[in-house]
Design a protein around this ligand. Structure first.
Ligand code: UD1
Length: 182
């Protein structure tokens, strides 16, 4: 059955992700090779890079708290993301390698916890765990940002046997004191 899927990336970053999947799908078709596309959601955990525009919000909040500053939450803080711990991401990579050792074709999986949270919840929990100042909601916004980014983890669970194991409360408690890099 022919399926037409319209992909409409909203940002340069999103367009680059879609392009990578299209390239690997074409490669798999032409060579008979196997590709597993892992769609990481918002990864956090020990060893995250410090405060850079590419760091991800968890590291930005963590760096602010380390400097004694309040985390600055954009929009109204109600935007949702799916935070997945770096150890779970490592497990998903291993599960994908195990599952596809002899396969062919192209398949994509969300690497997500399946438990989306608001950004203000993450900021509040991290600030509490770090014993720092509570977040400030600034009302700023980034052009091209998607309001809610959520994902179903079901396919990764049924086909790869991957299920995120680190809960956010536990992960944030560790991350509040874990070393950053760079
Ligand atoms: C990710 C990418 C981003 C890309 C977007 C496409 C990274 C780090 N970010 O963003 O480049 O454009 O996917 O969908 O790879 N926030 C704050 N305060 C801050 C920084 C961010 O409240 O100081 C909020 C943002 O408004 C957003 C949320 O935190 O709602 C998450 O931001 P971020 O960590 O950059 O991840 P994505 O938005 O998923």
């Amino acid at each position: 059955v022919e399926r037409i899927v319209l992909v409409d990336p909203r940002s340069v970053y999103a367009a680059s992700k879609a392009a990578q999947e299209h390239l690997t799908a074409a490669w798999a078709r032409q060579t008979g090779g196997a590709v597993v596309a892992l769609r990481y959601h918002n990864v956090y955990g020990p060893g995250m890079p410090r405060d850079t525009p590419y760091s991800g919000v968890a590291a930005i909040f963590r760096s602010a708290l380390e400097a004694g500053r309040a985390p600055r939450v954009f929009e109204d803080g109600g935007q949702r993301r799916d935070f997945v711990h770096v150890r779970d991401v490592a497990a998903a990579n291993l599960a994908a390698l195990d599952a596809t050792g002899t396969g062919t074709g192209w398949r994509a999986y969300n690497v997500a916890s399946g438990r989306p949270v608001t950004i203000v919840e993450v900021a509040t929990e991290l600030a509490r765990a770090a014993d720092g100042p509570p977040p400030v909601v600034t009302g700023e916004f980034r052009l091209g940002d998607v309001r809610h980014v959520v994902a179903s983890p079901t396919r990764a669970e049924t086909e790869l046997g991957f299920r995120a194991a680190v809960g956010l409360t536990e992960g944030i408690a560790e991350f509040a004191h874990a070393p950053l890099r760079g």
